[in-house]
Design a protein around this ligand. Structure first.
Ligand code: GLC
Length: 593
């Protein structure tokens, strides 16, 4: 039985599309592949282990790329694979122009690029310009040099406060917990200056007031552009430049607004001088033609300021984190979508949409709670209230269907197409995220969403690799959720994703328009029209009648059994179940505008 015949939609359904449409966003006619692209994030250490050391590698990625191409994505974003002591899973880079032996060699990288090209996939790599590893030669040189030297000036060194310089230079806190400053021992053995690290102690921040730092990163950009990458996801792009004088800040370490401390005042984030850096990088990318892109990981608060990052001569895209954090709160979702599209349209940029990545609890787990997941963002442990996996997977399918109908680009995180949950039962001594140690275990950290992928049900470690045990333990449910089992099961989560992505492309939804379908926007439902497609999400507890139209695809059309269980098919087919989403082809003449 083919996937299509198994999921064939019922023909015309009862009901009418009534009520006004509130237009928000017009069809996108501007050229640029990324404007509607679906970009799939590969987290190399957890993707596929071919050399049997328990950690994923580039050869593993190359081997499985055809399966990603089969999903009908446009590009892959690779999290860091550069030389690194791996204190922050590779976001602590000691050599920006080499591959860490853990993942392979530059030759493996070239082979991966060749395979991607053969399959028509673009590759985007991660650039980490805010900080490097303390093992980077430039930082080692800074430690060996004296205060005030050119070597120290590549980083942010300051004398401490207090009589003997024993206090940190200001009160900034690390994103991972604890102070954002560490004191060094000078080459002569005396207690010395302090250096700034917004993240782990092993991640010293670069000094972007120094031209040499600019020059070095321009070299790094060209190194990877010359190897054919389609662009860069820019790590903590909002943090490179700090406010002159490094003023005190009592607000949140992540720069989000809190009482008395609006995010836009944070002295370590969103400084105006950042934009010149990205203008320069955009020029460099343009030298390589119109298709290389920059995507900002910029945590910008409030949301409309995100538009400043994607002005025509700056970055091409920025992640929309407010959308990721909106949960299934339809009022919040509507506000964020309207605000994003309006702000980004004002500068001619597309939005991106995302529900999961390597820094947050997977959405199949977040949505397995009624209400908010405990300690969202800080990981979930075995002593926390436990999510309902089946409910979570079912709602995750609906949330993804709602997201993939939106105009703009979309980012997927490896394993979400399998409906994977977070790993929860990870023993403390196996947790590797520095957040865990830096907060004395109070925040569990991000290991849960980084658990190695299941590929083959019947193989050891669910087919992640046939050697050493995976670097993080896989939950029991992973074997049943493995890709091979789902590929063979027409109504699996994986096949739902395939159909959604194929349909999204066929309908041109990424390039489309958005108008709210007011008749279907209630306290628990949210609906928009994109072209001739009505997308409706039922986030409530009661089923709702389906609007008129031909059902193209619905998220509840997944089967029970073998760990691939899901919401039951609605019995009448004329109603949308709680926690279900649908795409309908509609006749717009039925709508009042
Ligand atoms: C970004 C990355 C995260 C990393 C941090 C420091 O937020 O996504 O994983 O720990 O930057 O580089």
């Amino acid at each position: 039985m083919s996937v299509d015949s198994a999921l064939a939609a019922p023909a015309e359904l009862a009901g009418t599309l009534t009520g006004p449409l509130t237009p928000v966003h017009p069809e996108d006619l501007v050229p640029g592949w990324w404007r509607s692209a679906v970009i799939y994030q590969v987290y190399p250490r957890s993707f596929r282990d071919l050399n049997g050391d328990g950690i994923g590698d580039l050869a593993g990625i190359t081997a499985e790329l055809p399966k990603l191409a089969d999903l009908d994505i446009d590009a892959v974003w690779l999290s860091p694979f550069y030389r690194s002591p791996q204190r922050d899973a590779g976001y602590d880079v000691s050599d920006y122009c080499d591959v860490d032996p853990l993942f392979g060699t530059l030759a493996d990288f070239n082979a991966m690029m060749a395979e991607a090209t053969r399959l028509g996939l673009r590759m985007i790599v991660d650039l980490v310009p805010n900080h490097c590893s303390d093992q980077h030669v430039a930082f080692q040189a800074a430690l060996a040099a004296s205060a005030g030297s050119p070597e120290r000036d590549h980083f942010i060194f300051r004398d401490g406060l207090g009589t003997f310089g024993e206090e940190p230079p200001n009160n900034w806190q690390s994103h991972f917990g604890g102070p954002a400053w560490s004191r060094i021992t000078e080459p002569d053995g005396t207690p010395g200056q302090w250096y700034l690290h917004l993240f782990d102690t092993s991640q010293p921040d670069f000094n972007w007031d120094n031209d040499a730092v600019h020059e070095e990163f321009e070299r790094v950009l060209r190194f990877w552009l010359d190897r054919g990458v389609a662009g860069f996801r820019v790590d903590v792009a909002h943090a490179l430049v700090k406010a002159p004088g490094l003023p005190e800040w009592g607000g949140r370490a992540d720069g989000n607004s809190c009482d008395g401390y609006p995010g836009h005042d944070a002295p370590m984030f969103g400084q105006p001088a950042l934009h010149n850096i990205y203008r320069r990088w955009r020029q460099i990318l343009s030298e390589y033609g119109p298709d290389r892109i920059l995507c900002a990981e910029a945590n910008v608060d409030p949301l409309p300021r995100l538009a400043d990052w994607v002005r025509p001569d700056e970055m091409h895209q920025a992640f929309n984190f407010p959308y990721l954090h909106a949960g299934l709160d339809v009022h919040r979702m509507r506000g964020i979508i309207t605000e994003s599209l309006t702000a980004l349209d004002s500068v001619g940029a597309p939005s991106t949409w995302v529900l999961s990545n390597h820094d947050v609890v997977r959405h199949a787990t977040r949505f397995g709670y009624d209400g908010h997941a405990p300690r969202d963002g800080d990981g979930i442990g075995s002593f926390d209230p436990q999510p309902d996996e089946v409910l979570g997977r079912s709602r995750a399918a609906a949330a993804s269907m709602f997201m993939l109908g939106l105009p703009g680009g979309a980012y997927l995180y490896q394993g979400e197409e399998l409906g994977l949950p977070d790993g929860i039962n990870i023993p403390d001594n196996q947790r590797q995220d520095p957040t865990f140690a830096r907060t004395g275990g109070e925040r569990l950290g991000r290991d849960g969403c980084r658990v190695p992928l299941p590929w083959r049900t019947a193989e050891p470690h669910a087919g992640f690799g046939d050697g050493a045990a995976p670097w993080l333990p896989q939950p029991e449910s992973f074997a049943g959720l493995a890709r091979d089992a789902q590929a063979a099961s027409p109504a699996s989560h994986l096949n739902l994703y395939r159909r959604m992505l194929a349909e999204r492309r066929a309908l041109g939804l990424g390039r489309g328009s958005l108008a709210w379908a007011e008749a279907w926007c209630t306290d628990t439902c949210l609906a928009y029209v994109n072209g001739t497609t009505l997308v409706l999400l039922n986030a409530g507890r009661e089923s709702v009648e389906l609007p008129a139209g031909r059902v193209l695809i619905r998220s509840g059309q997944r089967e029970a059994g073998d760990g691939l269980e899901s919401a039951e098919l609605p019995d009448s087919g004329h109603r949308l179940s709680p926690g279900e989403a649908v795409w309908l082809e509609i006749n717009l003449e039925d709508a009042e505008s």
